[in-house]
Ligand binder design. Structure first.
Ligand code: NI
Length: 177
């Protein structure tokens, strides 16, 4: 089922999401719906619970792979539940980010190159890995959503004011239901 998205001035995007106590059939269905919504409807690489109106610590990501011929491809969707990030790399990187809740806007965001993550998969298995580059970027962006943070919050005041007109246009165009 395709879920409606919450757009950037929706107050739910500013709230802290709650831990998932148990991976119930409802959570499994939510994850499936989020995957369908992210891929089939929006062709995105990340979607977090609050973006579909669920204040729960869950997000979906797709990694990307560069093939030997230089072309890239999406990896399979992955579900991350109750993620905990720690030990960010000291080295920073600038990468262009966008967000399904802020359609059409992209901006360069500075974040650590990598970080450690612990999370549960949909089958409950606990995973611990050190991620870097694109994978780390998507995970950090989505994890921000669980804490009420949007990528536009990470811009400098000057960059932020530069995209204000676009943000106003998004606000006008995408109404929250
Ligand atoms: Ni986003």
């Amino acid at each position: 089922m395709i879920l409606p998205l919450c757009y950037f001035d929706d107050p739910i995007l500013r709230k802290k999401a709650l831990p998932i106590q148990e991976i119930t059939p409802e959570i499994v269905k939510l994850a499936e719906d989020m995957i369908e919504t992210m891929i089939n409807q929006h062709n995105g690489v990340g979607l977090a619970g609050p973006q579909v109106g669920k204040l729960l610590r869950i997000f979906i990501i797709r990694d990307e792979y560069i093939l030997p011929d230089g072309k890239w491809n999406f990896g399979p969707p992955e579900v991350m539940i109750n993620p905990q990030l720690s030990e960010p790399f000291a080295e920073l990187a600038v990468m262009s980010e966008g967000c399904l809740s802020i359609p059409g806007i992209h901006a360069d965001v500075t974040r650590p190159v990598g970080i450690k993550i612990r999370y549960q998969r949909l089958d409950g298995q606990l995973v611990e890995e050190t991620v870097s580059e694109f994978r780390a970027r998507v995970i950090m962006h989505e994890n921000d959503h669980l804490n009420g943070v949007l990528f536009i919050d990470r811009l400098t005041p000057k960059e932020r004011s530069g995209i204000e007109p676009q943000l106003r246009a998004v606000k006008k165009k995408y109404r929250n239901s």
